[in-house]
Every structure is written in structure tokens, then in C-alpha cells.
Design a protein around this ligand. Structure first.
Ligand code: MLT
Length: 269
């Protein structure tokens, strides 16, 4: 049964919106969206709620959650998530993060690892930014505040999905565009600054012992499959898989095939 509950938590004055699907009797998985999207990107995963509890927040600065200006680091977002779990009386979770959500998942491991049962990492990276990428983030942060979220949609949308998604699934492309346009420009800017400061995880990979599923869209040009397979191979308990006809947003582009991998993983941990 899918007992969907949309709610807002007040975490020390920061409003975090989240959906809580499935039975509280099942182990919980926390789904962390990519940048600059929202909880809606996981709509294709709601089918999993018949056998799993799914906690799906809008991360700070995104969707219906509070926007804080300046810099919002991945550590701040990970701490928000630990506080959200406190309010829900959930001790341990599987964290499933896509891209930026994956960066937050790494921080959750660094800061709250006693609460981490397992990891699912979609289309994300273990390395920190190069100086060039950092400069690009600073530039977008400045531009988006002066000209609005449209520029983020224009610059990001062509890179996010697979060729077949652009050609045959215009409703998916439009849904992604709408999510970006709905994101507060100050949220986009603060998150770009935060992502530019993220820690390089390469040297920590061998210490991450929780069961881990690493999934990459075969046409992901932002976090390419070979790079993801490379970091999965450095993790002692990780399995890597590719999703056909998907780019950087594999669970949104190919929900049915990604759900088979997620469900199989969650059932067997
Ligand atoms: C994302 O999809 O979350 C972004 O591509 C992450 C990033 O900008 O590094």
C-alpha cells in the first residue's frame, strides 16, 4: 500500500518539504535529487512504495524547501537530512542520491555513517571540481541571480539526457525544464557555490564498506560510465550497472529498468 504523505519539517528554523511514501514498517530509503531539480524527479520510483518506505525531500534551496542565500554546502544538506530523519524517528536509512544528491550522500557517509545502511549512487562523481569547473559555477551563480533560472535551464537542459529521451520523450524533457525553472535563483546560486567546495572522495572510497549500488546512464556525459565504474571498483562492497537509453537522469529517463535494479538491491541488503 502506498500511504503517501506530503509534509514540511521545521529543522531549526529551516523548512524542508518532503514526501513519505509506503509503510513505516518497511526499511526507509532517502532519495536525494540532482541539481537544480526537486523531489519530483523521483516520480518514476513511487512504484517501489508497495515494498519499501521512500522518504523524498526537496533539498534546501530547491522545490518547496527553504532557500538560504550565500553558500549551501553538501555537508549542510547532509545535516539537514540527518535532522529530517530525527523528526521522522528513523535511525538508519539507505541513501539514494543522483549527481548532487550523490555528493550529499558522500557527506552523509562522512558525517552520519552510523545511520547509513546502504548507498545507491546514480550518475554522480567522486572527484572534486577542477578550477575551471569552479569558475563556471561562480559564473552561473552570479548570472542566475541577475537574470533568473531560465539561463540555468538553457545551459543545462541539452546536456542532461540521452538522445532518445530528447527525440521520443518530450514530456520528460519538459518536466525537467519545469523543475529547473521552478527553482529559486538564490537556491541555484547558493548550491553552485556549495558544490564547488565539495570534498574529493577518491581517497575515502576504499573505506566505504556499506553495500553500494552504482548506476549510470550509458549516455551520461556529465558523470560518464567509465568514470563511475572506476570509482565503484575502488569501493569494497559496490556493484556497478549501466542503464541503456539514459543519460545523466537515468531514473527519470528509464524508471522501469532502474526500478528493477533498485528493488533487487533493496530486497537483498
Ligand atoms: C546534478 O545533476 O546534480 C549536477 O550535474 C551536479 C553538478 O553540477 O556537478
Amino acid at each position: 500500500m502506498n500511504n503517501a504523505r506530503q509534509a514540511v519539517a521545521d529543522l531549526d528554523g529551516i523548512r524542508i518539504a518532503y514526501d513519505d511514501h509506503g509503510s513505516a514498517d518497511h526499511a526507509a530509503t532517502l532519495f536525494l535529487h540532482g541539481f537544480p531539480l526537486s523531489a519530483s524527479m523521483w516520480s518514476g520510483q513511487l512504484a517501489l512504495a508497495d515494498r519499501h518506505r521512500l522518504i523524498i525531500p526537496d533539498l534546501r534551496g530547491h522545490g518547496q524547501s527553504a532557500v538560504t542565500e550565500g553558500t549551501v554546502t553538501m555537508a549542510t544538506m547532509a545535516d539537514d537530512m540527518a535532522k529530517l530523519l530525527d523528526t521522522l524517528n528513523i535511525e538508519t536509512v539507505t541513501v539514494c542520491g543522483l549527481s548532487m544528491g550523490g555528493y550529499v550522500a558522500w557527506e552523509f557517509w562522512r558525517r552520519h555513517r552510523d545511520r547509513l545502511a546502504a548507498l545507491i549512487l546514480f550518475d554522480t562523481r567522486a572527484v572534486a571540481d577542477t578550477e575551471e569547473v569552479r569558475r563556471g559555477r561562480q559564473m552561473m551563480a552570479a548570472q542566475v541571480v541577475s537574470s533568473g533560472a531560465e539561463m540555468a535551464a538553457t545551459s543545462m537542459l541539452p546536456k542532461l539526457m540521452a538522445k532518445s529521451t530528447y527525440e521520443h520523450r518530450s514530456s520528460t524533457v519538459d518536466a525537467v525544464r519545469q523543475m529547473i525553472l521552478a527553482t529559486d535563483p538564490h537556491g541555484i546560486a547558493a548550491t553552485q557555490r556549495g558544490m564547488s567546495k565539495r570534498v574529493d572522495m577518491t581517497d575515502s572510497l576504499s573505506e566505504i564498506e556499506v553495500p553500494t549500488l552504482v548506476i549510470c546512464g550509458e549516455e551520461d556525459s556529465i558523470s560518464p560510465p567509465d568514470e563511475m565504474e572506476g570509482f565503484a571498483n575502488k569501493m569494497p562492497n559496490a556493484r556497478f550497472c549501466r542503464i541503456e537509453d539514459a543519460g545523466h537522469l537515468a531514473p527519470l529517463e528509464q524508471p522501469a529498468s532502474t526500478n528493477v535494479f533498485i528493488s533487487d538491491f533493496l530486497t537483498n541488503i
